[in-house]
Design a protein around this ligand. Sequence first.
Ligand code: ADP
Length: 633
Amino acid sequence: MTTETFEFQVEARQLLQLMIHSVYSNKDVFLRELVSNASDALDKLRLEKLRDDSLDADVSDLHIRIDVDKDARTLTVRDNGIGMSYDEVGQLIGTIANSGTATFLKELREAQEGGDAEGLIGQFGVGFYSGFMVADEMTLVTRRAGEGQGTRWTSRGESTYTLERVDDAPQGTSVTLHLKPADPENQLHDYTSPWKIREIVKRYSDFITWPIRTVPEPAGEGDATPEPETLNSMKALWARSRDEVSDDEYHELYKHISHDWREPLETIRLQAEGTFEYQALLFIPSHAPHDLFTRDFRRGVQLYVKRVFIMDDCEALLPPYLRFVKGVVDAQDLSLNVSREILQQDRHIQMMQRRLTKKVLSTIKEIRTKDADRYATFWREFGTALKEGLVTDSENRDAILAVSSFATTHADDEPTTLAQYVERMKDGQDDIYYLTGESRQSIENSPHMEAFRDKGIEVLLLTDPVDEVWVDAVGEYEGRKLRSVAKGEIDLDGEGDEKAGEEREKQAEEYAGLLGWMREQLDEDIKEVRLSARLTVSPACVVADAHDLTPALENMYRAMGQEVPRTKRILELNPDHLLVKGLNQAYKEREDRSGLVESAELLHTLAVLAEGGQPKDPARFVKLVADRLERTL
Ligand code: ADP
């Protein structure tokens, strides 16, 4: 048989480098990772056999076996599961198929420089490769169930690996680690010791539902080799009562199903009895994965039927806005052959989804009331995803609003709930004010905020794209309208000190001519020009009608390929600003107003720029400003 040598994909190579130089302090976890892969392989085989009885595979004694050879310093983890074909080995073991690979690489480089590579490995949970923390060479022999020929893969974790076809491979996969030389200083990490193996399996993999067997050390010199024994209890954690299971055990299950090496933020248990019985063990992670907002984000909740693994990422169990929740749902009364299509329509599954959703939301509420720090972590990591539910899940809208918080002008870094906002509202203030935009800074500097700042009226600062959508979908909170400070007429008179109505009328008269004339000049972009009650410092701003799309939303729809007519906006002028007064003066005095057209255009562009927008024709804008500057020199 010929041996072919291949190069690792660049990302994989960098990761291997990290592993070999073993920056991760808890090296024991390599065994958890290999056992986790083996367990998945057994799940997959059982399922495939269930679906296709003609599959030529032996499923009579599915198990994992760990063998050590002290003299050769090797450790082997073997399973008789699904195995991999020759091509699959190259694809699955030679590359890192993570949709966040680009981000990962970038962070990897930074982490190497900053010395925080350990945190990064934990975050990506690098599975199989973690073997190189303790081994200087790894060999994998595998045969895909149903296939005649097997494959041997070897690598020293450097830039290459080899692949070779083998004839006599047993069904499943064995991974052999050629352990690094023993460290006389550190006997604690002797992975050739059956005691050490037992301890690690107990600690990290006890809940694995397949037997994990090993041969114990002979009781004394010269005694016969004992029979293999099973190391794990194999009890599904979700089927055990709460007081039987430690938090650590739950956390290890979380790591097994999520491929995240860090502790979860919260464990949620639910046992439903009655006609449709199921158990759920769900986890809220402590960190959002990188690909949470990509289309191909996977790995949510796993579905089991009567302890048998049925599918990963079962989207029917939780709504998309809770896709960050990981865990297991084990249903008693489903067919083992159930498909995704059937699940989507099944009435019991729909009821289960409603119940699980409510349970997750009430848990988040509990976190919020009990532990401000943990809630802050939750919101920072998953708030953006959760807010999608304000748009898509009207049934739970109030529950989601109750646990949502938003940046506010009231405090620099502490977000506020709507309830807290309402408590702080000024006498005479009826509505809840917000402004959407790119960043806190651009919103705070926007001219729309001026009068609010002046009068000390609190404004929510919304910077996520989804904010543009939910504010419209929700509309109001406990009878208080949600109002954008950049939309509609704003009249803060009742909400601060009075501006004499008389003076207003006078100004309206004074400016009537200019306003009408400007509207004609700016007809392409502007549907109305009016005097503003929003501005105190800036000369002008652009606003929308209460039901118009915001420019950001317009762009979003276009990016999604939808046709949206361009919305004309409203230009508001500050009648107390010298520039505006001067323009009015000139308008009234001049017969020939052609020179003023450019001024009107500039004023409009300034207003667009001030809210963080782009001039329609940047080159023309630059030329107009340069001409003006030249004249003032
Ligand atoms: P992860 O488990 O996070 O996907 P790994 O690097 O540990 O990443 O494994 C990559 C892939 O290789 C797995 O998803 C699986 O498809 C395959 N694989 C690993 N170990 C085994 C095994 N023992 N049996 C069958 N397939 C395996």
